[in-house]
Each structure stands twice: as structure tokens, then as C-alpha cells.
Design a protein around this ligand. Sequence first.
Ligand SMILES: [Zn+2]
Ligand SMILES: [Zn+2]
Ligand SMILES: [Zn+2]
Length: 477
Amino acid sequence: MGKPRVHWPGEQLCNSCFYTGMRTYGQCPRCGHDGVLPARARHDDPRPCCLECGGVDPDAYRCRTCAHEGEIYRDGQCARCALRDNLDHLTPQPRRADIKRVRSAMIEALCRAQRPESVMTWMRNADAREILKDLMTGTIACTHESFDEFPHSKTTEHFRSILEQHGLLPRRDHYLAIFEKWLAAKEAAADTPETWAMAYRFATWHHLRRIRAQSVPGDSSEGAVRSAKQEITEVIKFLNWLHHTHARTAQTSTQLDVDQYLQSGPTTRHLIRTFFVWCRANHINTSVEIAHRYAKTTPTLTDEQRLQWIQTLMRGNVTSLHQRVAGLLMLLYAQPLTRVVALEIGDLQLTPTEMRISLGTEPTPVPAPFAVLIYELLEHRPNLQTTGSDTMYLFPGYRPGRHLHAQTVMKELRRLGINLHGARNSALDNLVKLAPPPIVADMLGYSYQVTERHAALAATTYSRYAQSLATTIATVN
Ligand SMILES: [Zn+2]
Ligand SMILES: [Zn+2]
Ligand SMILES: [Zn+2]
């Protein structure tokens, strides 16, 4: 134990115990008081109890403004009320009603942050304060375009996400925005203006339109963006080659040119196929045809390999819990990781005896040994400090309102030797024909007792979880 932070009757609390205690809320087991439970009533009773039962003056830990019980941040106020004061004093009340509305909505949004202390920390930064002032006084319109103009930093992106989460900015598909930026910078890769014009036309008319159509609020077009980038890059390389080797363009390219190009380079060159399908459909070039390329040996995943991987992930300690759960869901339900990482809490149906998951089509039961890991994850979701506990994602990402990146999980799984050669590979489709999750549990030899123990654990976790879910939903709505 470090240096004591507080001396309470019968106990001294170090900084970290004090911090934890002040964030433990619930019903006091001794008197039934509902509030902060930082204290212990007796030496031999390990249960946390309320301030009063612990012999501590509750008034010392009650905010003078909102009466919230807990740690006092400054002048008898909790961190949230102190933050509200800071924000109120940052700019004068604007006269115009519309700006007034934006200002107070912005203050509300920031005050609802999971950790108001962290908002105050970044408000110490002069640039962040200026941006905030400009937005609150209406000097700068509260739009994505304004944010694009700000110097790019983690802070501004964080702030943008908070405003998105609270409806002050429309949700913008993060990956779509990245793609548009990427495309604009790609011009440098084209050797002639004609090459760029053609590649750009393909990129916007084929890919950008598709990505936009697929981009629905809250969902991400991560996978579509990745393959679009690869195809466009390959098309530019091909058009450059065509220009330098044969002085021809997409319009005048011959089948022979294309065959020569495909045969003399790496297999990634085949990614220009979509481009020629598009050329044909748009009467740009109707003479070139590229056959679908099949790998010589289509990788198929055997039950044995799959079981081995599942076992690796079940073993624990190999990697963090959320990576394990994401990998397991992919392997058990044959779903691409991009869909797995976008799962929301609402996609799980919980009852005291069973868990069902909506991944793909119908809600499917999750067998006990796997469900227990998901229960564990529900209690220890990653990145809640930065994302805010009101996020509905099962795999919250590093930034507010976003879920975990599929690539991040994929990389980690590859490190463990789990490699499906791209989430949409035929190996994954093949999984569907393999044993369904309950059979997998059997095959892995989860004995009756183990399953029983897990069921009991699931039941207790469930009751605790149902409570916190109710509060989560209450704060979200
Ligand atoms: Zn301690
Ligand atoms: Zn009590
Ligand atoms: Zn308060």
C-alpha cells in the first residue's frame, strides 16, 4: 500500500484504493442506502459499505451543487459540476437562439462524458479551448467541414466523436472519409493526366458510389474501402505500364497487352479484373476479358484445424479477452471479422439460462463454454475509459462511438497462427458446412461438470449484468 490518501475510522486508504472505492456504487449491504460504497464497516467484513456505516461524514463526499455522492473534485463540487462551471465560464451566453442551442447542447454532451476529468485535462490545452470557444460562440459552424479544417489531432477527433455520439454532428463514415482523402492523394501515382482521369473515373463511379451506398450510419465500410484501395492502386500501376510499354490507354488496350501484363507479374495484378468489367459495362473497352482467377489449391479449412484454433483461443492468456472472443465468434459462426467487431450488445439475447447471438441471420444459441467468455467480456469491455461506458458496441474501439478495427484483431489472430487468408475467403464459407457450435463444444470435450459450472457462473454474471445493462440503456436514451 502506498502513502495513505485518507484516514477513515479503522482504515487508511491509499490513492488507488480511494479511487476504486469512490467509484464503487450500489446498495449498502448494512443499511440499504443507495450510493457510493467506499468503506468497510468492520475489519472482518470484506463487503463494501456506505460512508455512514463506515463512520465517515457523508457530507464530505456530497457535491454541493448536484448532491451526487462520490469524490469531490474542487470546492465541494463533483468533477461533472466543476466541468460544467468551466464550460459555462468559457464563453458568454450568445444572443442568437440557434447558437445558444448549440452551445448548451455542446456543454451537455461534454458533461456526459464517462470521465469529466479527462475533458478538463484536454481543456487545459489552449488550442482545444480556442476550438471550443469558436464553436460555442458560433464563430465556426459546427460541421464536419469545420473539423476537417482544424489541425488534425487526437483531441479534435475525440471531440468530433463526442459530438457525433450526441447528435450534434451527423455520423460520418470514418472509413469513407479516409477513402476520399486517400483518393485525392493518389493522383501523384498516375504518370499522365489521362491515366489519372481514367483511374479517378473508375474510383468515383464504381468504388465511391458502392462504398457510399454500403455506408449506413453506425456501420463501417472498412472492408469495402480496403479492397477498393487495392484495386485502384493496381489499375493505376497497369495504366502506367500500358502507357510506357505500348503507348496505349484503357480505351485502346488489347487482350494481348493485358495477358502479357498478367503473366509477367505477381498475382495481385489480377485485381485489375473489376476495372475491365466496368470498362466493358461502360463501353470504354469491350475487347478485353479477364477470367476469374482461382487459386491452384483452394484453401479449405478442416474441422481439425478449426478445432485447434478454437482450442487455442479458449485456452486463455494467449491474448486479451476481447481478441479471443472476436476470433472465436468468427470461427464458430463463420462470420467475417468486420461483422463480428461491429456487434452491439443488443445483438445478444440474454436469459438467466441461455445466451443467443444475432450474427448472420437467426439468433443462434451460444453454448455455455463460449457464452461464459462473452459474459466475461460484457463485464470487461475494452477501451471504456476513452469510449464512454454508454457505447453499445461489444468491442468498443479506441475512439468514442467507434468499434474495434477488424484489422487490429486480424493482426493479433495471425500472430497466434490463425490465418483465414482474408475474412471473406472461401475458407470461411467452408466453415458453415463444418460442425455447429454446440457440436464443437462436445468435440472439445467440455464435460458435464464444466458446463454446469459455467452455467452457474453465467447465471450470476447475468443478474449483475442485467442491472448494469438497464442503467446503460437508461443513460443512452
Ligand atoms: Zn490501497
Ligand atoms: Zn450503510
Ligand atoms: Zn455535482
